[in-house]
Write a protein that binds this ligand. Structure first.
Ligand SMILES: *Cc1c(COP(=O)(O)O)cnc(C)c1O
Length: 373
């Protein structure tokens, strides 16, 4: 690949690895459970259009996104299956729900009435709050939940909840998760008991599947793990799966220079050369999604060697210590997520160095990068 074409910062997506991860999830999920990949936030920075299309080609027909706009963009890229909006859509955008044939989450009874007042038939999934206390009608407000079925313009095609501690390994977190699962199952049974049967159920995200793989629902809303990434490097999971990272992130070494003892690097003089050293300037910064928290913390790979970020990460550039990289030269590839020789930096590790989780890093990168599939 011509270096010039790749430009200053680029993302490489490995669709074989995505397929591998899809197969792994289909292997550990009950046979009847269908994957409903979360392709929100530009498919966690992987590119929603192409990821959606690739998943479609693998037989996936159900997707979830965060907003009506994300749903519309997915439709525009040719996806014709079910697209569920997990978040709130304001009334002024109800027209878009209809136009793009999107399925909206009824985030509570009050909102369901608003949707109903739009006056056109809309498919909805009823969100139930079983303990996360984010979206969803409170599970102890049973009457409000049941009343959603009486709204004449809403076609309830799904019921779901969200687990808020399924990644946890403490007793408290496990007990809380089991409580949420039990509460969700009880509500589903009560709905069935009322003769309301014509809806799909879903509860698990990535960690819900990885830590509670035996549960039986119609869909699994898998996001982060489908991209071959966990939230944090040390996360323990119960299921036996092999996941392969789909995304790598690179930029270019654009300038190499010598520094003498006592000379500072970058804004705010936050790094000072301890002696003679060689530094490199790299064409990527926080506007590309590499958080400023990586200042004097993060690492990258050049020609199979691990190098340290020195000084503050700037908007469009950052500096690394290349003293140990023989022959480091202008034009070299600098890898922030991915492999170089025997070395590898995972998204989880970069996230940890930035004091966050891989989900936040991935969903924030790529605003200015070129994509290669
Ligand atoms: C983002 C999201 C998911 C996917 O979560 P992952 O942990 O990335 O698998 C599932 N359900 C809801 C409601 C979400 O908001």
């Amino acid at each position: 690949m011509c270096q010039k074409r790749k430009g200053r910062a680029w993302i490489t997506i490995n669709l074989q690895n995505l397929k591998h991860n899809v197969n792994e999830f289909q292997r550990i999920l009950p046979k009847e459970c269908r994957l409903m990949p979360a392709v929100k936030a530009n498919a966690y920075g992987h590119g929603a259009g192409i990821i959606g299309k690739a998943l479609w080609d693998m037989g996936i027909r159900d997707f979830c996104v965060a907003s009506a706009q994300e749903g519309a963009e997915l439709r525009e890229s040719g996806i014709t299956g079910q697209i569920l909006i997990l978040g709130y859509t304001p009334a002024c955008q109800f027209e878009e729900l209809k136009r793009y044939e999107l399925t909206q989450t009824a985030v509570d009874y009050e909102y369901a009435k608003e949707l109903n007042a739009f006056g056109e038939i809309l498919p909805v999934h009823v969100g139930i709050d079983t303990g996360m206390h984010r979206l969803g009608e409170r599970s102890d407000s049973r009457e409000n939940i049941f009343k959603i079925w009486e709204l004449e313009n809403l076609e309830v095609t799904g019921v779901f909840s969200h687990l808020c501690a399924s990644d946890g390994t403490t007793r408290e977190e496990k007990e809380y998760t089991l409580k949420q699962i039990k509460e969700f199952d009880r509500i589903v049974e009560e709905l069935w008991g009322r003769g309301l049967c014509d809806f799909k159920t879903h509860l698990q995200g990535s960690y819900g599947v990885l830590n509670y793989p035996g549960l039986f629902y119609d869909y699994a809303r898998v996001g982060i793990a489908l991209y071959g990434v966990l939230s944090s490097p040390g996360d323990q999971i119960a299921a036996e799966v092999s996941l392969k990272p789909v995304l790598s992130l690179s930029a270019r070494l654009v300038c190499v220079k010598e520094l003498h003892e006592g000379e500072p690097v970058g804004y705010g003089l936050s790094f000072t050369a301890p002696g003679e050293m060689k530094i490199g300037v790299v064409s990527i910064g926080y506007a590309d999604g590499l958080p400023r928290e990586l200042s004097n913390q993060g690492h990258a790979l050049i020609n199979g060697k691990k190098v340290s970020i020195i000084g503050r990460v700037c908007m469009d550039q950052l500096m690394v210590d290349v003293s140990e990289v023989k022959g480091a030269a202008c034009g070299d590839e600098v890898i922030f997520i991915g492999k170089s020789g025997d070395e590898m930096i995972k998204a989880e590790e970069l996230a940890q160095e930035a004091g966050t989780i891989a989900n936040e890093i991935l969903s924030g990168i790529g605003r200015r990068a070129l994509y290669f599939y």
